[in-house]
Design a binder for this molecule. Sequence first.
Ligand SMILES: [Zn+2]
Length: 114
Amino acid sequence: MHEFSCAQYLIKVIHQVCEKYEIKKIYKISIKIGTLTLINKEQFLFWLKEGLKDSLMENSEIEAIEEKPEIECKDCGYYGEIKEEFSYICPKCNSFKILFKKGDNYYLESIEGE
Ligand SMILES: [Zn+2]
């Protein structure tokens, strides 16, 4: 049920954004899903659509973009992609002291509506 709770969270964010910008009808939502989150895209989209279908979202489109991981190395300062998806080391100096800057989260990229 990972996807379900992630979708619930994002629905809350979408409602907050719509309230803030007084959006009554959504045409398109773009979300980014980091590949490290292990979120199943299809399931995630399913729960998103389920959660939004009664309000705001009739006939609108949801686009899910996968985001590749990027890291910052605490030892050598390298910033960028890692060699393999699940190798948690710096590709330059092999340090384990890395911080994920991208790819380990999911978030709302944009909402188009009025
Ligand atoms: Zn490094």
